[in-house]
Design a protein around this ligand. Structure first.
Ligand code: ADP
Length: 472
């Protein structure tokens, strides 16, 4: 089968969160299954671009409203990622270091989608599936059906995956002229609540819609940032497929970013050595349980309750715990966490920013990973934690519910709580400390057991293939 993935992120080319991890892994697993898989993404000016060899495969021109632009498509020469990687360059729009966060993100991703459709429209040999990811690529299913320049692509089945429905890419109708000419009778297919809504449009126009976990699919019918009714009506073409983790990147036996490699038999020693490194870097006591938070410091992740929850946990549990926070996001939360690291030096520390290698060391050396998320479509962190023998402490929501079982339940191996608030987190920290200090046999069993759970992409990649097959 010939599949094209279109995405704003793909690890290790450019990653801001889970979307990057998924688009770096799923295509690779599909290619290993014998399919021809291509990934198309913008050509940001990242390290990966400068450190690899590329060939120019196409040059073209299109319009963004009145503005004519040229674009180029380059291909990575060696297939080192396990699939064909293509980057789309548009001078003045995509030639930036960061993925998101610019005032003209609307124009940037619109131009990217137009260039992708324009290039595909020139192919002699059509792909069998176009798989789009999140709102930055959400207008493609509409464009290939109803934009006159591209509608000979309309018979190619499209699949759209919602990695996060909080972000929908809203565009005011005053910018409708930026879209390529389309059948204006179909304007309702891009509209939601008086805005152009790329995420909603993809849900309406894609042949099938997936979310990154079954529980998230159900939750979206009741809480989806304004598009609940749409998801409730489109349920027949929607399905939740749990993400996997990339075993080549996230494997404590081979991970080159950690100090000591280990497997489930050597977990005790291995983790101790990695923890020692963290303790010396960040001033912790190696004997105390170490809890880490890794992620975007935003309300979705309940980062706003972290400072108070950490403070109360340290006080209430008499300083018998250490906390490390790795993340960036909301400036106010960043400042509060930074301040807390100074106030509770020796108990709390943080790294405000994005640091891929530190994240690996923390997954390997921490004893517990805290995820109080309010919304978690799938969540990869808890799966990485499981793989590295780090006990996940999670709020019962979305993909966290699908992947973590409380140790109070039969064969449970994690800690779950219901509310993203100070008291629930403090109470869970207490359970974790008790487990760490007083229930060593159970604690050791949990670590070895969770490391053996299979969260690889094999099963999920197969589910996607079955879904594609049902469309062609
Ligand atoms: P989301 O996509 O909502 O941010 P996920 O749990 O799906 O959350 O994926 C988060 C990914 O981003 C994980 O690979 C996690 O390790 C990584 N990550 C998040 N913040 C940071 C950071 N500050 N430094 C390094 N890695 C990070």
């Amino acid at each position: 089968m010939e599949i094209i993935h279109v995405s704003a992120e793909c690890y290790p080319v450019a990653k801001a969160g889970g979307l990057g991890d998924v688009v770096g892994a799923l295509p690779k697993y599909q290619a290993e299954m014998g399919h021809v898989v291509k990934v198309l993404m913008p050509m940001y000016r990242t390290k990966f671009l400068y450190q690899n060899d590329w060939e120019l495969v196409h040059e073209g021109g299109q319009h963004l409203g009145d503005h004519a632009f040229n674009y180029a498509v380059i291909k990575e020469k060696t297939n080192k990622l396990g699939f064909d990687l293509y980057l789309v360059d548009i001078n003045g729009l995509l030639d930036r270091e960061k993925i998101y966060g610019y005032d003209d993100d609307t124009e940037r991703f619109l131009a990217f989608q137009i260039a992708v459709c324009d290039w595909l429209a020139k192919w002699q040999h059509m792909p069998q599936i176009i798989h789009c990811h999140d709102h930055h690529t959400g207008l493609i299913p509409f464009m290939i059906k109803y934009c006159y320049a591209f509608n000979h692509l309309a018979s190619i089945p499209t699949v759209f995956t919602i990695h996060n429905a909080q972000y929908q890419g809203w565009i005011g109708w005053d910018k409708a002229h930026l879209l390529p000419a389309y059948d204006s009778w179909k304007w309702g297919l891009i509209d939601w609540n008086h805005n152009i809504n790329p995420l909603a449009s993809a849900i309406k126009c894609a042949w099938r819609v997936t979310t990154v976990s079954p529980s998230y699919m159900e939750e979206l019918k009741f809480a989806a940032n304004g598009i609940e009714n749409l998801l409730a009506t489109e349920w027949k073409k929607s399905v939740g497929i749990l993400n996997g983790i990339d075993g080549d990147v996230w494997n404590p036996q081979k991970d080159s970013l950690i100090i000591k490699n280990y497997d489930e038999h050597l977990v005790k020693e291995g983790k101790r050595r990695n923890k020692k490194e963290i303790a010396s870097l960040f001033g912790f006591d190696e004997e105390k349980p170490l809890m880490v938070f890794i992620g975007r410091l935003v309300d979705e992740k309940a980062a706003d309750v972290l400072p108070d929850a950490i403070r109360q946990s340290v006080y209430q549990h008499h300083g018998n715990v250490n906390f490390m926070v790795l993340g960036s996001g909301d400036a106010e939360v960043e400042n509060r966490i930074d301040a807390l690291s100074h106030q509770l030096k020796g108990y709390v520390n943080s790294y405000i920013g994005y640091n891929e290698s530190l994240s690996h060391l923390l997954y390997a050396g921490a004893d517990f990973l805290l995820m109080p998320s309010r919304v978690e479509p799938c969540g990869l962190n808890q799966m990485y934690a499981l793989r590295y023998g780090t006990i996940p402490m999670v709020r019962s929501t979305g993909g966290l519910k699908d992947t973590v079982k409380d140790f109070g339940d039969w064969q449970g191996y994690g800690i779950r709580f219901n509310n993203a608030d100070v008291n629930d987190i403090t109470y869970s920290v207490g359970r974790a400390i008790d487990l760490y200090n007083n229930k060593r046999d159970l604690y050791n069993w949990m670590r070895s057991y969770m490391m053996g759970i299979d969260h690889s992409w094999d099963a999920s990649a197969t589910e996607y293939i079955k879904l594609y097959e049902s469309l062609i």
